[in-house]
Ligand binder design. Structure first.
Ligand code: ADP
Length: 393
């Protein structure tokens, strides 16, 4: 059985057709610039890239082009299930859900919490239901894994009515990735996940840490929105809540402008004044660019502080896991972070750390130090597995 995994954004759809048991990938595709000029479906079948122009650039058109490709490959009838990445499941969804009209309405009801993401996810689900009428459709939520957090971790110290009436609380994101790498870490350590206390650090363009106790999330750094917590590519992470009022008055900005600046002009980009891309910043810092150096230092300092914070949620830590584009590749960031985590007994093995790049996973801690792993995340595979599990249940 092949599962089609779809990640529908406002102007793009990421597609993977894979086998949830073996992990084999039959096809990956990216429909991009949807709703803009020059929309295209870029396909990769068995390492052979190809692009198909999408004249109108709508979701239905992208799916029609995908269907034609699946037909040509003789794969269409093999698609028995579609797994959708859905960003926000609010407090309604603590597990993946078979998509029905009732479930779709419930996802719609969470849109206020993720106004940029959920509507795109819903549009993708509707188009996919039309394009694949015979396939079961499952929603896999970014937030669901974190629904096991205790109230002490998810409540903010704000007026109670904000929580009761408007759902103001910590939800957390990247749940699929945190859950997957925790499972993988247990497998690599050859220990039952149920016995492990792990801190997982997903470091990509968005970044978050999670405290995973026995395979369940007990705290995480992202909150009501994916803006809270760590320094990210263009997102600020934590700031003083008084900042909005202050900078609005000082710089003459309205609320939308402040929010946009914190999401898109901050983080590594904001501090460095150069780039949101960590690789570029490392190269620039090597050439003596002071802004790049400072951005990297702030990133690492805040990451180490957040990891230590997750240790409080766990009581003791059996292992630390790095994943995401930065976590899987940035040797110097990992070393600098571990150097700041002496309080947890962390210590790096420099040669093991240097080897764990470009898809190589493994242990990077020195003997006797806090077990630290690099694990390659695979959100598509996890969504396919969760889809299969939901349909089997
Ligand atoms: P997304 O969150 O969009 O999936 P990724 O997980 O691909 O993003 O992570 C992107 C980040 O990973 C970028 O900051 C990029 O510079 C960084 N990255 C990728 N490869 C390397 C590398 N070899 N060294 C350092 N950073 C890297």
């Amino acid at each position: 059985m092949w599962t089609l995994v779809l990640n529908c954004g406002s102007s793009s759809v990421k597609v993977a057709l894979l086998n949830p048991d073996s992990g084999a990938v039959a096809l990956t595709a990216l429909a991009e610039r949807l709703g803009q000029g020059g929309a295209a479906l870029r396909l990769d079948v068995g390492g052979e890239p190809r692009a198909v122009a999408l004249a109108g650039g709508s979701y239905p058109e992208a799916f029609a082009a995908l269907l034609r490709e699946l037909d040509a490959l003789g794969l269409r009838s093999d698609v028995s299930a579609v797994g959708h990445r859905v960003v926000h499941g609010g407090e309604t969804f603590s597990a993946p859900a078979l998509i029905t009209d009732v479930v779709l309405d419930a996802i719609r009801a969470c849109s206020a919490l993720a106004p940029l993401h959920n509507p795109a996810n819903i549009a993708g689900i509707e188009a996919a239901r039309t394009a694949f009428p015979d396939a079961a459709q499952v929603a896999v939520f970014d937030t669901a894994f974190h629904q096991t957090m205790p109230e002490v971790a998810y409540r903010y110290a704000v007026p109670d009515a904000w929580y009761r009436q408007h759902g103001v609380r910590r939800y957390g994101f990247h749940g699929t990735s945190h859950a997957y790498v925790a499972q993988e870490a247990a497998r690599m350590l050859d220990r039952p996940l149920a016995e492990l206390n792990l801190v997982t650090a997903h470091l990509g363009n968005g970044c978050s840490v999670c405290a995973v106790q026995g395979g369940r999330s007990v705290d995480t750094s992202m909150g009501l929105t994916p803006l809270e917590g760590l320094v990210m590519g263009t997102r600020s992470g934590d700031v003083d809540p008084g900042l909005h009022d202050f900078i609005a008055r000082q710089a003459g900005l309205n609320l939308d402008q402040v929010t946009a600046a914190l999401n898109r002009e901050s983080g590594l980009l904001g501090v460095s004044q150069l780039s949101n891309d960590l690789r570029e910043l490392e190269a620039a810092a090597g050439r003596g660019h002071a802004g790049a150096r400072l951005a990297l230092d702030v990133f690492v300092y805040r990451l180490a502080k957040a990891v230590a914070g997750m240790a409080v949620a766990l009581g003791h830590v059996d292992g630390l896991v790095f994943t995401g584009g930065i976590g899987e590749n940035a040797v110097a960031v990992r070393a600098a972070t571990l150097a700041r985590l002496g309080i947890l007994g962390a210590g790096v093995d420099d040669s093991a750390n240097a080897r764990a790049v470009r898809g190589v996973s493994g242990t990077i801690s020195a003997p006797g130090r806090l077990t630290t792993l690099v694990v390659n995340t695979n959100e598509e595979l996890m969504i396919a597995r969760e889809t299969a599990r939901t349909l089997g249940a």
